[in-house]
Ligand binder design. Structure first.
Ligand code: AMP
Ligand code: MG
Length: 284
């Protein structure tokens, strides 16, 4: 049986950032546009996952046959927002052959010797791929801004540099789906506490994450600036409340389906004569 749960407003419309988005007012427990419970959401995720996988296969097939287009999913959010889980639960539903995944940490010595977009450019998805960024070039105006890792006049310029860079990427055939993942301060505390309670979660715990909590207002300010200055028609931001993981997974699945549907993909035509090949095979 199909679920009764529905989007009353499409995810793309309900989650799209706009000039009125105030980071400080985001309700991380909300499920904008979606009418349904966790059990509904989980069932729907399975159904929509099949749609996503079918579209991704077409994208991949096209990429193997000369279609240069690709998707770039940018996951940006505070620690514990659920970036890793998003990759496992959403990207995990598609064929890994067609995925290129990059997690961006503190820049290496080599990366530090280059402009901030150098490592980003190198990780862009090839034709037919869904590229996934777990953190991204936005760290260079988030953690970098919050902790004054470069002078203000340097990070100030980066918003424009990012917009120019993304424009170039989009014009080259890559649709960028930018997802800002918001977890509440309370939920973050609960998720960090869980990491301290379970042997299988210690590896995710980083004592520095607790220190970062005291910078929450500065991070909110930095996220606000990101939305204010880098939300463009070509590369829009989507605001995804993440206290309910099932909602976040369902939401990003929908955003990816929408982006892929806009490609209006078709199966690559054969570059051989099908009838001739059938005869040859029959005789082989
Ligand atoms: P995690 O995602 O938990 O593996 O942590 C990666 C860490 O790398 C986070 O603390 C980020 O803030 C940090 N990071 C990522 N990019 C940058 C950057 N450009 N400059 C400084 N720190 C960064
Ligand atoms: Mg971490």
């Amino acid at each position: 049986m199909r679920t009764m749960a529905t989007w009353t407003t499409s995810a793309t419309l309900a989650l799209r950032a706009d000039a009125t988005t105030r980071v400080a007012d985001i309700d991380a427990r909300a499920k904008p546009g979606f009418h349904g419970r966790k059990s509904d959401g989980k069932q729907l995720l399975g159904e929509r996952g099949e749609v996503l996988a079918a579209l991704q296969e077409k994208l991949y097939a096209g990429g193997r046959s000369g279609d240069h287009r690709s998707i770039l999913l940018v996951l940006q959010g505070m620690d514990t927002a659920g970036k890793g889980g998003m990759v496992r639960h959403v990207i995990g539903m598609v064929d890994p052959q067609g995925v290129s995944h990059t997690a961006f940490g503190v820049p290496t010595d080599e990366e530090k010797r280059h402009p901030f977009l150098w490592r980003i450019e190198k990780a862009l998805p090839a034709a037919g791929q869904i590229g996934v960024f777990d953190r991204s070039h936005y760290e260079d105006v988030l953690v970098v801004r919050v902790h004054d890792l470069v002078p203000q006049e340097v990070w100030e310029q980066r918003y424009d540099e990012i917009n120019e860079f993304e424009k170039r990427v989009v014009e080259s055939g890559t649709t960028i789906v930018k997802v800002a993942m918001f977890v509440s301060l309370d939920e973050q505390k609960a998720r960090l506490a869980e990491r301290l309670e379970r042997e299988d979660k210690y590896w995710k715990y980083n004592p520095a994450d607790v220190t970062e909590r005291s910078y929450w207002p500065k991070y909110q300010e930095a996220y606000q600036a990101v939305l204010d200055r880098t939300d463009t028609e070509l590369a829009p931001w989507y605001v995804v409340p993440c206290d309910r993981k099932w909602f976040a997974h369902l939401a990003v699945t929908e955003l990816l389906i929408d982006a892929l549907e806009k490609f209006d993909l078709s199966w690559p035509p054969p570059d051989f004569d099908v009838e001739v090949e059938k005869k040859r095979l029959a005789q082989a």
